[in-house]
Design a protein around this ligand. Structure first.
Ligand code: BGC
Ligand code: CA
Length: 336
């Protein structure tokens, strides 16, 4: 019995030794040519964000070769900044090489930048733009995205062109004023504030008279937009001439609300150019959208990561040392 125990212990000891040495050489080999990217999302439950992630995974796969592996871990922040911070702590503890952060609360970036800096892990924010002072805390903090006011301007431009060319159709009450409602994204998101402001400013700057019937947040969500728009339809009868939506999911929700009410669909515009929105443009229910470049965001983040990983000069247009901007683009029936 004693003998048996002894040999058992010895075997176990041997096994641990083998495991340890095996583990070590595996890790060394692996870390030599594997880039480990931790991606923290504000929520996984967002159409546009999902499309960025899908693109990132696809481009990473295409970039891999026999000498280079790219390992991506996705974390779902579930719209909770505390949860997201814990996930980022975990990624830092596990020695990820890069952090890509779609921050829940864009005013809360300073702590996060400091943590990344202490661990010397470059951090790339995307889609939800931290305030400038926070990004400027460290040279290896970046932002990849599009300029929110430009998105708003282009959305306003779509409505301006439609109105000038076909006022007889869109000015239902013939008063030469646009009666509109605005479906807004999450409060405090840069895209909510600036798209809302600049869409309308583009019209008023061009001497178009506008009358806001109502505006409210639908938090980027199609189902919330259906409910909101249905209320407005009841409240304003059939007097809504234009629906501005800060994104396509909400624009598609507005279309459903008019369809459910058995009404003609007014002039509705979104932002993103997600596939169902392109379909809706083709079938004439959505008037237009502004392309928010999900592929571009993914591709730019990965190019930046590769340059930093290989210690190369960054071959991208880095503005103010921290920003990589992607252009928006108008999409209507002409180019859908
Ligand atoms: C997109 C929205 C998305 C939001 C998430 C915006 O830029 O247009 O569709 O829900 O980002 O942060
Ligand atoms: Ca009118």
């Amino acid at each position: 019995m004693k003998q048996k125990m002894k040999s058992c212990c010895f075997l176990l000891f041997l096994e641990i030794l083998i495991l340890l040495s095996g583990c070590n050489s595996y890790n060394n080999d692996k870390s030599a040519n594997t880039i480990r990217i931790g991606v923290a999302l504000y929520t996984q439950d967002d159409t546009f964000i999902s499309s960025i992630v899908q693109n990132l995974e696809k481009i990473a796969q295409q970039t891999e070769n026999k000498d280079l592996k790219i390992n991506i871990t996705i974390m779902d922040g579930k719209s909770n900044q505390t949860t997201q911070m814990e996930q980022i702590d975990q990624l830092i503890r596990r020695n990820y090489n890069f952090l890509c952060v779609n921050i829940v609360d864009r005013t809360a970036a300073s702590v996060l930048v400091d943590k990344a800096k202490d661990a010397d892990i470059p951090v790339i924010f995307f889609n939800r733009q931290p305030v400038a002072e926070d990004i400027e805390r460290w040279e290896k903090a970046y932002y990849v995205g599009s300029k929110a006011e430009e998105g708003g301007k282009l959305q306003g431009q779509i409505v301006l062109d439609a109105w000038l060319n076909n006022k007889d159709i869109y000015d239902k009450n013939n008063d030469n004023i646009i009666q509109y409602v605005m479906l807004e994204g999450e409060p405090a998101h840069q895209d909510t504030l600036l798209r809302t402001e600049y869409a309308i400013k583009t019209l008023t700057d061009n001497d178009i008279m506008v009358e806001k019937l109502s505006s409210d947040t639908a938090n980027w969500s199609k189902s919330q937009a259906i409910n909101k728009t249905s209320e407005w339809i009841k409240q304003f009868n059939n007097n809504i001439e234009v629906v501005f939506a800060n994104n396509d999911d909400m624009a598609l929700g507005a279309i459903d609300a008019f369809t459910n009410a058995g009404l003609n669909i007014p002039l509705i515009v979104g932002v993103d150019a997600i596939p169902p929105a392109i379909e809706a443009i083709k079938n004439g229910t959505l008037y237009g959208t502004v392309k928010n470049d999900a592929y571009g965001v993914a591709n730019t983040m990965l190019s930046l990561i590769l340059s930093l990983y290989n210690n190369e000069k960054i071959n991208l247009k880095l503005e103010d040392e921290h920003y990589l901007w992607l252009p928006y683009e108008i999409i209507t029936i002409e180019n859908a």
